[in-house]
Every structure is written in C-alpha cells, then in structure tokens.
Design a protein around this ligand. Structure first.
Ligand code: NAP
Length: 311
C-alpha cells in the first residue's frame, strides 16, 4: 500500500514532505511525480486535482484533501469515481481560524479600526463609552466544526452568541436558528455576522443585498468562508449607504484579489489574503495518519464527504 503526496506550494517540499515522511514512516510514502507502480497507490494526499491528471490508479481508496472545504472537489472533472474523499479537519487549522475570528470580532466590537484612524489622522483623544460584550450579538452563519470553535473562543467575553445552521441544534450558551424559516430572526438580532458556511449551490451568493439588509443598521460582516458566498457590489452599496459599518474579508470571488479591485482601498473594508486558517504540517500530518488508519480499519473518518447529504 502506497501513499502519494502531491506538493503544490513551495513550502510543501520543505515543510510538509519531511513531516509526512516521518508520520507515515512505516508506509510506502511517495512524493509526486515519483508515482512508481500506479497499482500501489491507495491514498492520494493533495491540495487540488490538476487538469490532465489521470488519477485512474486502480486501487485508490481515498483522496485526502489538505483543505478544509469540499467545494473545489465536487463535480471536478478529474475526480476519481470509485474513491472516497476526506476533507481536512486539522486542529492546527481550527486553532488559527479561532484566533482570526476572535481577533476581528473583538476589533469590530471595540471599533478599534475607526479609533486608530481618528487618532492617527486627527489626533482624536475623545473618550468613548464602549458597549459591553454582553450587549453585543455575534451570529455565526454555519455553526459546524469551525463555527463552533470560534463561538467557543468568544464565550469567555460574554457576547450574545447565535448560530444558524441547516438542521436544528441545541448548543450550550448559543442561541440557535435553522433553515430558511429562522433566517430572518437570526439576521435581525445579529450585530456582527461571521460567515462560516461551506460553499454549496444552496449557499452561493447568500450574502447578497436581501440577506445583508436584514441585519440591523450598523452591523458588521466577517466572511471567512468562501468568496462566492458574497455578492460584492451589494456589500459595497450597503457599506456606502451606512447600513453596514464594516466588513472583514479573507476570501474573494477572484483570488488573488486583482490590483485595482475596490475592496483593496475601500475605507470600510479590511481585506486579508485568504490566511484566516492554515493547515499546519505537524497537526495536519497526524490527522492524515489517523484518517488512513481509520479507513484501513473500515471506519468513517471525520470529514468524509457524503455528496448526497453535504451538497
Ligand atoms: N478562510 C479560510 O482560510 C478557511 C479555512 C478553512 C475553512 N474555510 C471555510 O469554512 C467552511 C466551514 O468549515 P467547517 O469545517 O466549519 O464546515 P462544517 O463543519 O461542515 O459546518 C458547516 C456548517 O454550515 C451549515 N450549513 C451548511 N449548508 C447550510 C445551508 N444551506 N443553510 C444553513 N446552514 C448550512 C451546517 O449546518 P448542519 O450542521 O445543519 O449541516 C454547519 O453548521 C469551509 O467549508 C470552508 O469553505 C475557510
């Protein structure tokens, strides 16, 4: 049984390949393009499927993704038909998402961006009376693996936490909403909206004028899910009209964000280059090892894609 790793980023060869080689030392670990005998390949660890790739390895059991989302894989013309797909659920990635979301929610809550700007440009020394966290509502659109981790990180501050999902949930310390029928109520009471939905046909363009208008005046958005959740012109119109106060965006319809894109300079937009959460070599390799071991024992790993249920 061989495990094939396909490096993509320059750091993959220097950071990932050695850690994977060590974690999978007792297995036949190979690094692309050294495929060897195609019949040996049982697991394929990759960030992507590449045009023209022939993943027709007859004994391939699973494609193990380095990425947290599944949207890139579903319907991919190169996706092998008889192999399973497992997305990455890495404790290191979860940790980095928790830090990012907590950092920006706190920043928005304390209005630190405008305070810093006013001080830098006008020397503004006015004392503001900030809202208490207990007076501020933070709503997670998507309260799955990452949404839950981020909400948990915010609990100690005392925010009013809310979560919207597909199916009903009962979560300690989080007011829950589900499905289309609850969306109005969820949005109407959310002052800082964090999007952590997967990108599916049902969620694409969900952050449009109609949805964002239903947030209270002065609400802010943090989108750390996928760029295609957001209708960009609708966001700009609502920021310009003052209905929304600020948006923190880590993901974009086109990445890298093109030069001259209005998001790069809009005063009410904070943009980061898709860095909210990163798969980490040590924790990610350990997770891949656990997934392989579980699949070998006939188990169901976390992150296994069920296309009928998940899409
Ligand atoms: N910016 C970054 O660096 C970065 C890094 C990692 C991940 N991400 C993004 O984060 C996303 C979420 O990851 P995750 O691990 O938390 O996913 P997850 O565990 O699958 O959770 C997804 C959540 O969204 C809900 N949901 C799905 N479809 C819905 C719909 N149509 N209506 C309402 N709720 C819906 C699910 O509800 P149910 O539980 O009821 O199904 C669940 O609560 C990923 O798909 C990826 O796009 C971004």
């Amino acid at each position: 049984m061989a495990v094939l790793f396909r490096p993509f980023f320059p750091v993959d060869k220097s950071h990932w390949a050695p850690v994977l080689a060590e974690t999978l030392a007792d297995l036949d670990f190979r690094v692309f393009p050294d495929v060897g005998n195609p019949e040996d390949i049982r697991y394929y660890i990759t960030w992507n499927l590449y045009k023209g790739d022939r993943i027709a390895w007859p004994n391939l059991k699973a494609v193990l993704s380095m990425r947290a989302g599944s949207d890139w894989y579903i319907g991919h013309p190169e996706a092998p038909v008889n192999a399973s797909f497992v997305r990455m659920i890495d404790p290191g990635l979860t940790c980095s998402m928790r830090e990012y979301v907590a950092a920006y929610v706190l920043r928005l809550h304390r209005e630190l961006g405008s305070i810093e700007r006013n001080f830098a440009t006008m020397g503004n020394w006015n004392v503001l009376v900030p809202k208490l966290a207990s007076e501020r509502s933070v709503g997670f659109m998507g309260i799955g693996h990452l949404g839950m981790a981020c909400a948990d990180a915010l609990k100690p501050f005392g925010f009013q936490l809310r979560g919207w999902s597909r199916s009903p949930k009962n979560l300690t310390g989080i007011e829950t909403f589900s499905g289309d029928n609850d969306l109005d109520a969820f949005l109407a009471g959310t002052e800082i909206l964090v999007c952590l939905l997967p990108l599916t046909p049902g969620t694409q363009d969900i952050l449009d004028r109609q949805t964002l208008c239903r947030l209270p005046k002065g609400a802010a958005l943090v989108n750390v899910a996928r760029g295609k959740h957001l209708v960009e012109n609708d966001l700009v119109a609502l920021l310009d009209s003052g209905h929304l106060s600020h948006a923190v965006l880590d993901v974009f319809r086109e990445e890298p964000l093109p030069d001259g894109h209005p998001f790069r300079t809009h005063p009410k937009i904070t943009a980061t280059p898709h860095i909210a959460a990163v798969t980490m070599p040590h924790t990610g390799s350990k997770k891949l090892r656990e997934t392989i071991d579980l699949l070998e024992r006939g188990g169901t790993p976390e992150g296994l894609l069920h296309p009928d249920r998940d899409y």
